[in-house]
Write a protein that binds this ligand. Structure first.
Ligand code: RB5
Length: 141
């Protein structure tokens, strides 16, 4: 699939690790930056990634900041986005199966690279269960 990937300065190092996972798995990546650890405003990156998911250019998005919190708040302002902040693999899997999350948010200062890479793999592999869960996510807006 095609995945939009973005981070702020707090997530730059982890973005490089996640990019490696995406390439390993054979996904195409729209890298929306940033390309250095210079300070930026994370809502601008969240908007760039989410617009690619919302317009269908990318099937999924991944956003990384220091905690993942700011990115998830910003991403969920877009009505087409269901962003899940995940710090462990069970939640990552459930965010796909029950919530059809189309954006994964990671915290580079809260989640180590090994775990973040495993969360990314689990989340990308997860399938939406549909059924009652589709009814519920339709109630979001
Ligand atoms: C940047 O210092 C930090 O605020 C940002 O990466 C993120 O954690 C915000 O939620």
């Amino acid at each position: 699939m095609r995945v939009a990937l973005g981070c702020d300065h707090g997530g730059f190092a982890l973005k490089e690790a996640v990019l490696g996972v995406l390439h390993d798995l054979g996904h195409q990546v729209d890298d929306c930056g940033v390309m250095s650890a210079d300070s930026v405003d994370y809502p601008e990156i969240a908007a760039a990634v989410c617009s690619r998911v919302a317009d269908g250019a990318c099937q999924r998005g991944i956003l990384i900041c220091g905690t993942g919190i700011g990115m998830s708040m910003a991403a969920n302002r877009n009505p087409a986005i269901r962003a899940a902040l995940c710090g462990e693999t069970f939640g990552a899997r459930m965010s796909r199966e029950h919530n059809d999350a189309n954006v994964l948010c990671l915290g580079a200062r809260t989640t180590g690279p090994g775990l973040a890479e495993e969360i990314t793999r689990v989340w990308l592999a997860g399938e939406f269960s549909g059924g009652r869960h589709l009814r519920r996510i339709k109630m979001f807006c």
